[in-house]
Design a protein around this ligand. Structure first.
Ligand code: DSN
Length: 449
């Protein structure tokens, strides 16, 4: 199969960038927990003629003609999601996770209403009420936190909910390495009359495979992106549960209206087709094995890092993710470790940790995840090897400090990057990460780069 033959012919500059991206994906150890490698079938759907169609509305009720086949596609995606997650209603049209979450607010809240979500530095998502997000500006956000041991402080959640009577409570995060206590959140929502929405973006693949508890029984709404552990195209879904319909029989209608016409125009039907494929793939026994391996790999990586003396938030993991706390080496070290790892061939993201002494742009943690490399076939022995690489890189860069002064900071980073390019230990790790990647080919069908 030729790689992008038409782009190669018509747009050389763009083609070169896209080909280089394929090469990068193949030759780096991808450890960003929210990324994955979709199947070729999902890629095909995303690049298909479905991108040409406008289909505002929902199956059977469209504003434009010519949607008889788009209806089939969207119904397939909706029915597969209902079956896989065990919910009565699904909207597959949100463009991505943030718009999906915003649709939930639009359906349930008025500006100024009280909402609760996990604090950003404690692992929560921007759209769960962080000040820099519109969700923290349009609504009165009451964030809850994790305890000093890194686990969710469910007593605080209860206390804050009783005191503030929120309209909506979010459970779910982007940087939390333990199972969510959905049942207790459900009780708190019931006691206080709040709607409860689970944002399972990171863990949906684990949930449908049965390796993480499902929130469906306990919450009114579930939102999820489709491109993380679920391994589909970029997109999102909003699901309404039986419990949600019991609380509010109009809930599914409210969600549908909030997505369209409330917030969006025409759905991205090419993405909806990709979601249908990903959901079918996720229903297969092989996906269960894949999801189990994601968690086994994360545990193996966590053990490998801990035994090398690296401190992990909560001391380990129960899902696909690990959060390294770099504060034993000083504050704001995330950027040095992220860039050091990148130079060594391992892609991660710097991340805040609970009570981070630094800032979100220069945080003191590193977030790692195993979904993408598990797709490539890596198992526990390779995780042990990667833990070794990470620990070697941390040794190389932990002595660099981030000056407080902005100008000095940019000079310090320049010098750090120059040092990194000349660092022989990092170059030796890069050779080993390249060798590891070459043992687990990615998209061989797309030909040589
Ligand atoms: N950017 C996503 C993540 O990395 O978790 C969340 O929006």
């Amino acid at each position: 199969m030729d790689f992008l033959p038409n782009i190669a012919r018509t747009d050389k500059t763009l083609f070169d960038a896209m080909k280089s991206e394929l090469k990068r994906q193949r030759s780096y150890i991808e450890m960003i927990p929210s990324e994955n490698f979709t199947s070729l079938a999902v890629l095909e759907a995303n690049g298909s003629v479905l991108t040409n169609k406008y289909s505002e509305g929902y199956p059977g009720k469209r504003y434009y003609g010519g949607n008889q086949f788009i209806d089939v596609v969207e119904d397939l995606a909706r029915e597969r999601a209902k079956k896989l997650f065990g919910v009565p209603n699904v909207n597959v049209q949100p463009y991505s996770g943030s718009p999906a979450n915003f649709a939930v607010y639009s359906a349930l809240c008025k500006p100024g209403d009280v909402i609760m979500g996990q604090n950003l530095q404690d692992g929560g998502h921007l759209t769960h009420g962080f000040t820099a997000s519109m969700t923290g500006q349009f609504f009165k956000s009451v964030p809850y936190h994790v305890k000093p041991d890194g686990y969710l402080d469910i007593d605080e959640v209860r206390r804050l909910a009783v005191a503030n009577k929120p309209k909506l409570i979010w459970v779910g995060s982007t940087a939390y390495t333990r199972e969510f206590p959905f049942e207790e959140f459900g009780e708190i929502a019931d006691e206080t009359g709040a709607y409860l929405a689970a944002d399972t973006s990171h863990i949906s693949g684990l949930i449908v495979a049965g390796v993480h508890k499902s929130p469906v029984e306990y919450v009114h709404i579930v939102t999820t992106t489709t491109h993380k552990t679920l391994r589909g195209p970029r997109g999102a879904m909003i699901m309404v549960t039986d419990k949600g319909l019991k609380k509010d029989p109009e809930l599914a209608d409210k969600i549908d209206k909030a997505v369209f016409p409330g917030l969006q125009g025409g759905p991205h039907d090419n993405a909806v087709a990709g979601i249908a494929i990903a959901l079918d793939e996720a229903s297969k026994p092989a996906f269960k094995e894949y999801a189990k391996q994601i968690v086994k790999n994360a545990k193996a990586l966590a053990e490998g890092l801990s035994k090398r003396g690296l401190k992990l938030v909560t001391g380990g993991t129960e899902n696909h993710m690990i959060l390294i706390d770099l504060t034993p080496f000083g504050k704001g070290k995330g950027i040095f470790v992220q860039e050091g790892l990148d130079a060594a061939g391992i892609v991660v993201n710097k991340n805040t940790i609970p009570q981070d002494p630094s800032s979100p742009f220069y945080p003191s943690g590193i977030r790692l995840g195993t979904p993408a490399m598990t797709t490539r076939g890596l198992k526990e022995p390779e995780m042990e090897q990667i833990a070794g690489f990470i620990s070697e890189v941390v040794e190389q860069v932990k002595g660099y400090d981030l000056p407080e002064d902005k100008e000095q900071r940019s000079e310090a980073l320049k010098k750090f990057r120059k040092d990194l390019a000349a660092n022989k230990a990092i170059a030796s790790i890069r050779e080993r990460t390249l060798a590891l990647c070459s043992r687990f080919p990615l998209y061989p069908e797309l030909g040589n780069t």
